[in-house]
Design a protein around this ligand. Structure first.
Ligand SMILES: C[S@@+](CC[C@H](N)C(=O)[O-])C[C@H]1O[C@@H](n2cnc3c(N)ncnc32)[C@H](O)[C@@H]1O
Length: 319
């Protein structure tokens, strides 16, 4: 298995961890202590980090119970250094309050894992026939079927445009509404094709963006992220770091803005001049520009093509 830190582990979960070396490098300077992996998935990043740093412990969180089962197997060899929790990272505040331990590092590798996308019955992929599901956590109520069959056209347009950057969002939304009830991923693909102008269809499969918009809505991915970053930065020790891997522009914009705000501490003084407004930055950006995957990584793992990685270090003097 590619990138598998535990070849004896569950072999059905094939997910190549993106920017693995870069994540390890970003976490290298953190002090000893507890690291949060808020998107544990198949635990590729987590296992590599624990193997590289024997002075770290891990709290691994995922909202998908299937991922946690696989991760538990892969992390077994690290014994009591690992704790896992089935949770949405939107509830990190409660989880970290209960734990009552500061964090020295945190990783968010956003979005879905390859096994989620590649299993037709999860309904994430426009490439396979499946139910309109798309829930990362199968215990939650909202599914893609509810979104496409009950949302008014304006709301559908907004989620397709904001979450999916769908070029003809309103036309696709109208087509979805006209074809109700939609039952399968194929129905959504057909509505997308019918609502997308031919010139746009020639630029690539339009269903990719539509499925992304619906998936973000079903899993409330953008809202969860804002809360989770606030909670995490709050609990980092001075010198602790948070690294985020984002895969589309909406997510990356949120991360960039939150990290910039932390870096500037709300300072409104002209750039290049000393700060006289008395603001205290929460931390500092480790890279001004996001780290992206090399051509070789993208060739080996096309999922890495859109990744943007950003790291913030908590200020040594910030409260
Ligand atoms: C890209 S995968 C992580 C892969 C992992 N870094 C690895 O190397 O194997 C993202 C994982 O995050 C989980 N996830 C996404 N959003 C989440 C959220 N709001 N709360 C908890 N888990 C989430 C997904 O269920 C998925 O398993």
């Amino acid at each position: 298995m590619e990138n598998d830190p535990n070849p004896g582990g569950a072999s059905v979960f094939q997910h190549r961890s993106v920017l693995l070396a870069e994540v390890l490098e970003a976490m290298e300077p953190v002090p000893p202590g507890l690291v949060l992996d808020a998107t544990l998935g198949g635990a590729g990043h987590a296992a590599a980090l624990l193997a590289a740093r024997s002075d770290l412990e891990l709290l691994g969180v995922d909202r998908d119970p299937d991922a946690l089962v696989v991760a538990a197997g892969r992390l077994e060899r690290f014994g009591t250094r690992v704790r896992t929790a089935h949770a949405n990272f939107a509830q990190l505040g409660d989880l970290l309050d209960e734990l009552d331990e500061p964090l020295v590092g945190a990783l968010f590798d956003l979005g879905v894992s390859s096994p989620q996308i590649d299993r037709p019955e999860r309904g994430f992929s426009y490439r396979f026939t499946g139910p309109l599901d798309m829930r990362m956590d199968p215990t939650q109520e909202l599914t893609a079927e509810v979104v496409v069959n009950t949302y008014p056209v304006d709301r559908l347009t907004r989620i397709l445009a904001d979450g999916g950057d769908v070029p003809a969002a309103r036309r696709v939304a109208r087509e979805i509404v006209a074809r109700r009830p939609l039952e399968t991923t194929d129905d959504l693909v057909e509505a997308t094709n019918a609502g997308t102008p031919a010139a746009v269809r020639r630029r690539g499969n339009p269903a990719k963006r539509v499925f992304q918009g619906v998936r973000l809505e079903v899993n409330d991915e953008l809202e969860s992220l804002i809360d989770a970053l606030d909670q995490t930065i709050d609990r980092l020790v001075p010198g602790g770091r948070v690294t985020v891997l984002a895969y589309h522009s909406g997510e990356d914009r949120l991360v960039k803005e939150r990290f910039r705000r932390a870096d500037r501490g709300g300072c409104s003084c002209p750039s290049g001049l000393p700060c006289v407004c008395g603001s205290t930055p929460e931390g500092r950006l480790i890279n001004r520009k996001p780290i992206v995957a090399s051509e070789a990584e993208v060739a080996a793992n096309p999922r890495a093509a859109s990744v943007r990685m950003r790291t913030l270090e908590k200020g040594r003097r910030a409260s």
